[in-house]
Design a protein around this ligand. Structure first.
Ligand SMILES: [Zn+2]
Ligand SMILES: [Zn+2]
Length: 399
């Protein structure tokens, strides 16, 4: 289940991904970045039966390019689409060899296993949890999930109809030890943005991930309700365009209240080369136009965008909404401070809050919980109770 690039190093410092890409597979195995798992790499046989991918975040799929291409990788259609985009733009070297797409709640068999994907609410698009049954045991892998995003209903349904008789619940705990008591939902975010956007003198920039579709929808909806236009960059327009076959509700560049600023960066160049850029020509808005009607807009921040506005001294009356994990603010804070632009943090976690984890565990009542995707596995016992099976990194266990 998943084969991601760690977000942090052994000493819990942010991991520089160049550290990984600059080394050979053998070096990575030697240094422990790649686990020594028999049957996972090219030179070994028999092979691992399959890999189940939960969602398209690097910490879940970032190391897949190293595994044997004989191993099939299962994922949702949205997950496939987003990894394809990341590959196209060179953000990953995983070229999606040997993949199989699965549909939520449609069980399938692989070897001796019966597997049922569950669609879950997460900041990663089209995220899945998996129920895995085999040899009389039932394992539920939560992947990354939450109960307060735009697909909250999925979490509520999971509480109403939890998977039964689970022997092992492999449970993410990103918020364990990190929960700061700010329980913002995606709806709260939309409302807070509406309140800000009502100020009709200000030009707003928004810093958020182009692949966080829930968040882009929240910004778009807040724009609609305050009669503003959401100005995105070509890369974001590309992402939204690629996902429109999966949902007709995802806002598109050509819609009312959506415009595209052709910001000069490597993504835009890449799209010009492949002719994808011209698809958005009709939705194009120029810098001059943005300056003219600034207080009717909300601009998606990118490195190049903010630099253009900074250089041309077009940041008076501007405000930045920082809508990402706090840790990323470090990189950009000085720019906005230097230009005397006020920064307002409006964010909601992509991960389940403690109360959500508790209610989920209460509904599932697993025999054992295996902590996963957390800095504080030892805190699960106090917070969640029940039988906690602590497994160290790279330790093997037989379930
Ligand atoms: Zn994630
Ligand atoms: Zn994750």
């Amino acid at each position: 289940m998943d084969f991601g690039l760690p977000l942090v190093d052994n000493n819990k410092e942010q991991l520089d991904s160049r550290k990984i890409t600059s080394q050979s597979k053998e070096q990575l195995i030697e240094k422990g970045y790649l686990p020594k798992i028999k049957g996972l790499y090219d030179h070994e046989s028999p092979y691992i039966e399959a890999i189940l991918l939960s969602h398209p975040h690097q910490d879940h799929y970032g190391l897949l390019s190293y595994i044997s291409q004989k191993i099939p990788v299962y994922m949702s259609r949205g997950c496939k689409a987003l990894i394809e985009i990341s590959f196209f733009f060179g953000q990953t070297n995983y070229d999606l060899a040997n993949i199989k797409t699965v549909r939520p709640w449609r069980p399938f068999r692989k070897g001796n296993f019966a597997i049922t994907p569950y669609l879950v609410d997460h900041s990663g698009f089209d995220a899945l949890a998996y129920l895995i049954e085999g040899e009389g045991k039932r394992i539920f892998y939560s992947g990354d999930f939450r109960g307060h995003g735009r697909k909250k209903i999925l979490f509520d349904n999971l509480l109403k109809h939890p998977p039964r008789n689970i022997d092992y619940l492999i449970l993410e705990g990103s918020m364990i030890g990190r929960d700061k008591g700010r329980y913002h939902s995606e709806n709260d975010i939309e409302q807070e943005m509406i309140n800000l956007f009502r100020d009709d003198e200000k030009l707003f920039f928004i810093a958020c991930s182009s692949q966080n579709i829930d968040r882009l929808v929240s910004v778009y909806r807040a724009c609609l309700k305050t009669d503003r236009t959401f100005v995105i960059d070509p890369y974001t327009a590309f992402v939204l365009d690629k996902l429109k076959v999966l949902s007709s509700k995802i806002p598109q560049a050509g819609w009312n209240n959506m415009k595209v600023f052709f910001v000069p960066n490597t993504y835009t160049e890449k799209m010009a080369e492949s002719n994808d850029l011209y698809k958005f020509k009709a939705a194009k808005i120029s810098f001059q136009e943005i300056v003219r009607i600034g207080s009717k807009l909300v601009i998606k921040d990118t490195f190049a965008t903010r630099n253009i506005f900074g250089k041309k001294k077009a940041l008076t009356n501007a405000e930045l909404i920082f809508s990402m994990w706090d840790g990323y603010l470090r990189d950009v804070k000085s720019f906005w401070d230097n230009h005397k632009v006020k920064i307002v943090g409006i964010h909601s976690s992509g991960h389940a809050y403690i109360e959500e984890l508790k209610s989920f565990v209460n509904a599932v009542k697993p025999k054992y919980i295996i902590p996963n995707h957390t800095f504080f596995p030892e805190k699960y016992r106090d917070i969640l109770g029940g039988n906690i099976m602590l497994v160290r990194d790279k330790q093997s266990i037989i379930l």
